[in-house]
Design a protein around this ligand. Sequence first.
Ligand SMILES: [Zn+2]
Ligand SMILES: [Zn+2]
Length: 344
Amino acid sequence: MVKTKAMVLREYKKPLMYEEVDKPACGPGEVLLKVKAAGVCGTDLKIRDGLVPTKELPLIPGHEVAGVVADTGADVKRFREGDEVLVSFYIPCHRCRNCRQGRQTICEQLKGRIGFEFDGGFAEYVVVPEDCLISKPAAITFQQAAVIPDALGTCYHVLVRRAQVQKGDSLVIVGGGGGLGLHALQMAKGLGATVIGVDVSAEKLALMQSYGADLVIDGREDPCWSKTVADYTQGRRADLVVNFVAHQASIDEGLRAVGKGGKLALVAYSKEVKFDALYGHLNEIDLLSTRAATKADIQECLKLVLAQKVEPVIGAVIRLKDLNDGLQMIKEGKLKGRLVIDLE
Ligand SMILES: [Zn+2]
Ligand SMILES: [Zn+2]
């Protein structure tokens, strides 16, 4: 059996192990990818710590994958060896009611996700269903491509599919200087919204400004920032507040920043946060949950990057075996953009 390298999670809350593993083989309808770049995100921290559902350990995580087709199983028709691709990491049934309505991330018979229920891309090789592949245009690098399925896709899903942002809307992005927030900010500007970015360091405020925020607020210096939003919008408040943080204070303040009939969208999630349903009732505020990105969302994001309407923001690039250090960087919240593993 040919051996290759991978980062393997053997025990929750413990560092992943850099190991030699059997090179995976692809079955019918599946493709073997040589991974070229893999994005790392906060969800990988949750996976490591056993806070989100996965398959039984051991698991090779990594759901943000770009690479080259190295082998194809029987019945694979649209891709062949050498094709450059990125991966849509949900594996939906395509037949249920939700799938037929274009909501594949809440498929009623979801088969699983690459990097959660199936081994993922923190490895030299990964097997994925052909159906999950999206062709990577040559103008986009593997590192940029690895950032698109989640850090861009999730933002597109919440702004366009869930919140249906319109030109002229006032938007608040809580955590706007983070690895997702900076992409949401660029997309919201592209959709014609006025964007107020909230974050907590001078560096992140400057980043939000450089990516086009109309107003930036330091949530630490201005803890009652919903008032600042009210002032800035002549009392109307925001049409949409998108929360990428999920700390209770940011939910509470964000809710007060939503105008009557507006929306509060929660991208970050936790079992602990509470929503003031009385305030929601009095103001008819829509609480929007949002789950990841569909393949169609990811394809739309590719178009935005190709048209240079959104720039993938890469904060740091590391080697596969340094993944544990990378997860620590994410935990400390100091990255200025997304973390990417380079496997070229
Ligand atoms: Zn992710
Ligand atoms: Zn389905």
